[in-house]
Structures are given as structure tokens and as C-alpha cells.
Design a protein around this ligand. Structure first.
Ligand SMILES: Nc1ncnc2c1ncn2[C@@H]1O[C@H](COP(=O)(O)OP(=O)(O)O)[C@@H](O)[C@H]1O
Ligand SMILES: [Mg+2]
Length: 439
């Protein structure tokens, strides 16, 4: 008989050891202890969970049944044995769960008639059934669905990642999956960045300033908040407009540049500036717009023409800019059709969508468009305590929750000053534009 005191001491020591292991080296604890236990319980409870979440189907099966028959003269109950067709709840086949950085993932084989959307609809139920932070659904190929479970919100704290060395590519934060969140203007040329005040829009613009400053690109700012946001970065900006009147002039310059570059490409028989020989290739331009709505809001009728000019020029830049190395990043609280048809057309040209925390569901709708409804639910669930968290949709048709790295104004200002010598001068860029446009 072991000494109970000794037994208790050993148990306490084991518990303390496990606690310390979990506390001080969670990744190895998760792999060695947490994940295997989790995987076992997920497999063991899958039938019940699938049934509860409405992911099963009734199927006819031949079943061997024993049914009590008549009472025989001996007083014994006669049991009838026979095969019978009965309806059985069938669950989707589940592979073995695999550990991931923040939880686990598992592949399922969909049942007949099911689509990935059915699983996405059940994602919240699944998360609650398994006691995990969230379940995300993706479908690598028809007939298969991958469920990705995260144990806790990986975006509460995001670790910094090294900057990307590639031209026009900036690592601005992390995706929920742990992968870097990259804004790559060469793949997705134009972006909409929406969100309420204090949701992290400017922080993301700061991250772009920091990432693009050391690169051989021209940065152009439109700061319709009277310049309070971008003026500190002026040393690295090639041009800055702080009012609508200035914006109209600057946008005319940009349209002029585009037309000029069009001619250049045509002469060299190139489809875009990237097909030009490096010696001829004009400098790429990234246009950052803050408070986009200000460009469109009309106080009285006298502003109508100015707004129309700005709106048309911006739209032209968006439509043709990609091929000629002019890229847009538009930030705003609302980017809705209530601002006029110009905004709707502009939004249609922006394939990169970023939706920070928003006050009203319409803004999320307008920003994320016709994405999976789960993306909208996710956007509306972003908490005020986590500024910088956003729903991001871009080239691959998927959407992700992501969070930007915290980049303070001071950091961005420092980067702008440090790389001020890399800013191409606007009068040099526009030097050979016809005067009519340049004026
Ligand atoms: N990714 C982030 N991580 C931590 N703090 C952030 C992040 N993004 C923004 N913040 C903080 O949230 C506040 C609001 O951010 P800001 O970018 O100015 O919002 P907006 O431009 O949408 O009004 C700032 O104090 C900023 O430091
Ligand atoms: Mg801001």
C-alpha cells in the first residue's frame, strides 16, 4: 500500500510540472500533451458534434436487427433476427487532426449535397462544441473541407516580422494563420482600407510608409484632413495635397503622367512599365489617400465641378494606373455609394479590401462586397480593444483576419526623415509633361 502522502506529493509535483511546462514553453507543451489529448477528444466526439451542428445526413443502411417476437409456449421471448433497412445518421469522414501553430486542423470529406458553405455556417457551433476560439473553413479541392481551429485569438499580440526585400511589397502585419500579412502592389495594385476612427487605418498607412520608404518608389499623399496625418512624412513624399483644390491639381498631374507612360510603353511595344528595359522604366508611384470621403463631400453647389474633376481623375488613375506603375491605397471611414457614383466605380477598381472595426454593418458590406457572409460577421465582431485587427481580402479570393504591427507616428516619421534622400522630386518626375497638364 503506497503512502497516501507520497502519492499526493507526486501528483502535486506532476501537476506543478505540467503547469510550469505549459506556462513557460507552451509550443512544446501543446505538441506533447495538449494536442494529443485534444485530437483524441475531437475524434471521439465527432459523431455527436456533427449531429449537433447539423452536418450529418440520413442514409439508408442494411442493419442486422434483433426484434422481440411472440412469446413462445415455453414462456421465453422469441427473438427475431433479420436484416432490415434503417435510416442511420452518417457523419462526414474525418482524417486525423494535425497540430498547427495556434491550434489544429483537420480534413473532412463532405457528404453528398454538402458545400463548404454548410461548414462555414456551422463554424461557430463547432467552435463552441470544441471549446476553441474559432473555427475557419476552407476547401482545398472539391469534396474536401479543411477545418482550422485556433485555441485562442492569435491576434491579441502579434510578433514583428522582418521587412520584405521585394519592390512594392510590404509586410504590414500577421494573418490569423500565423503567416505574414503582405500588401503587394504588383499583385494587387489598388486597395480600400476602411474602418471607424481609432480602428487602426492610419497605423496601417504608417506601416506602408515605413516599408516603402527605403524602396526606389515615389510616395504621394492626399491628406484631406488638412494635412495633419501626412505632413510629418513630407520629407519622403514626392508630393502632398492637403485640400481638394490641391488634390485636383495633383490628380491632373497623375493622369498626365499616366498618359505619358502610356506613350512610352506604346513606343517600346511594352504592355506595362515592367516590360520596359530598366533604363527606360519610370519610377513606380504609390498614392496614399486619407479620408477619401472628404474628396467627395459637397457643402454647396459651387464645389460640384471640383468634385467631379477630382472624382474622374482618381477613377482614371485607378482604371489605368496598374499597367503604368501608379498604385492606390485609399483610407476612409465610409466608402459607400452615398458619396456618389464616383466612389462606387473607384471601389470596383480596388481589388484589395481591408475592413477594420466598423460602426455600421453597411460599411463592412460595402468594403468586403460579396465575400462570404462569414467575413462580414467576423468584421462586425472586431473589438475596440484590438485596434489594427482587420478582415483582409485580396488576390486569392480568400479572406483572412489579420492584425497590423503597431507602427507609431514617430517610427514612420523617423523612416521618412531617414530616407528623405530617396524621394524623387515631383518636378523631376513631371518635368516632361505638357504644360497644359502640368499647370
Ligand atoms: N496594430 C496595432 N496594434 C496596436 N495598436 C494599434 C494598432 N493599430 C492601431 N493601434 C492604436 O490604435 C489607435 C488608433 O489607431 P489609428 O491608426 O490612429 O486609427 P484610425 O486612423 O483608424 O483612426 C492608435 O493609438 C494606435 O496606436
Ligand atoms: Mg486616422
Amino acid at each position: 500500500m503506497p503512502d497516501p502522502l507520497l502519492l499526493l506529493t507526486v501528483l502535486a509535483a506532476v501537476a506543478a510540472g505540467l503547469w510550469a511546462w505549459r506556462r513557460y514553453h507552451y509550443p512544446s507543451f501543446w505538441l506533447a500533451v495538449g494536442f494529443p489529448l485534444m485530437a483524441l477528444s475531437v475524434r471521439a466526439s465527432w459523431r455527436r458534434v456533427a449531429l449537433g451542428c447539423g452536418l450529418t445526413k440520413k442514409r439508408q443502411r442494411w442493419w442486422f436487427t434483433l426484434t422481440p417476437g411472440a412469446v413462445a409456449s415455453t414462456g421465453l421471448v422469441k427473438v427475431r433476427r433479420r436484416f432490415q433497412r434503417v435510416a442511420v445518421d452518417t457523419k462526414p469522414f474525418m482524417w486525423l487532426p494535425l497540430p498547427t501553430r495556434y491550434g489544429w486542423r483537420v480534413t473532412l470529406w463532405t457528404l453528398e449535397g454538402q458545400i463548404p458553405g454548410d461548414y462555414a455556417d456551422a463554424a461557430e457551433r463547432l467552435a463552441h462544441s470544441w471549446g476553441v476560439h474559432a473555427v475557419r473553413v476552407s476547401s482545398p479541392r472539391p469534396g474536401r473541407v479543411v477545418l482550422m481551429a485556433t485555441m485562442r485569438d492569435p491576434l491579441v499580440k502579434v510578433d514583428y516580422l522582418p521587412p520584405s526585400p521585394d519592390l512594392l511589397k510590404v509586410t504590414v502585419g500577421r494573418l490569423e494563420t500565423g503567416k505574414p500579412w503582405v500588401v503587394d502592389f504588383r499583385i494587387v495594385p489598388h486597395w480600400v482600407n476602411a474602418g471607424a476612427t481609432q480602428s487602426g487605418k492610419s497605423n496601417l498607412a504608417n506601416a506602408l510608409i515605413v516599408g516603402l520608404s527605403p524602396q526606389p518608389v515615389a510616395l504621394v499623399g492626399f491628406d484631406l484632413k488638412g494635412g495633419v496625418e501626412f505632413t510629418p512624412y513630407a520629407p519622403r513624399l514626392s508630393a502632398l495635397a492637403t485640400s481638394r483644390a490641391e488634390s485636383v491639381t495633383l490628380l491632373d498631374d497623375l493622369v498626365g503622367l499616366m498618359v505619358d507612360r502610356m506613350g512610352l510603353c506604346r513606343q517600346a511595344q511594352a504592355r506595362n512599365i515592367w516590360q520596359l528595359p530598366p533604363a527606360l522604366r519610370p519610377v513606380p508611384i504609390v498614392v496614399l489617400v486619407d479620408e477619401l470621403a472628404e474628396l467627395y463631400l459637397m457643402a454647396d453647389k459651387s464645389e460640384k465641378d471640383e468634385i467631379a474633376r477630382a472624382s474622374t481623375a482618381l477613377l482614371r488613375v485607378a482604371q489605368l494606373g496598374r499597367a503604368f506603375g501608379i498604385y492606390l491605397f485609399c483610407c476612409g471611414q465610409r466608402i459607400g455609394s452615398d458619396l456618389g457614383p464616383g466612389v462606387t466605380a473607384l471601389r470596383a477598381q480596388c481589388s484589395g479590401r481591408i475592413c477594420h472595426r466598423v460602426n455600421d454593418p453597411e460599411t463592412a458590406n460595402m468594403t468586403l462586397g460579396d465575400l462570404d457572409p462569414a467575413a462580414l460577421v467576423s468584421a462586425r465582431a472586431i473589438a475596440a480593444e484590438t485596434p489594427g485587427v482587420a478582415i483582409v481580402a485580396s488576390q486569392d479570393g480568400q479572406w483572412y483576419r489579420a492584425r497590423s504591427f503597431h507602427v507609431s507616428e514617430q517610427t514612420a516619421e523617423h523612416a521618412a526623415r531617414t530616407h528623405a534622400h530617396l524621394a524623387p522630386r515631383w518636378d523631376e518626375i513631371t518635368a516632361h509633361l505638357p504644360q497644359a497638364v502640368n499647370a
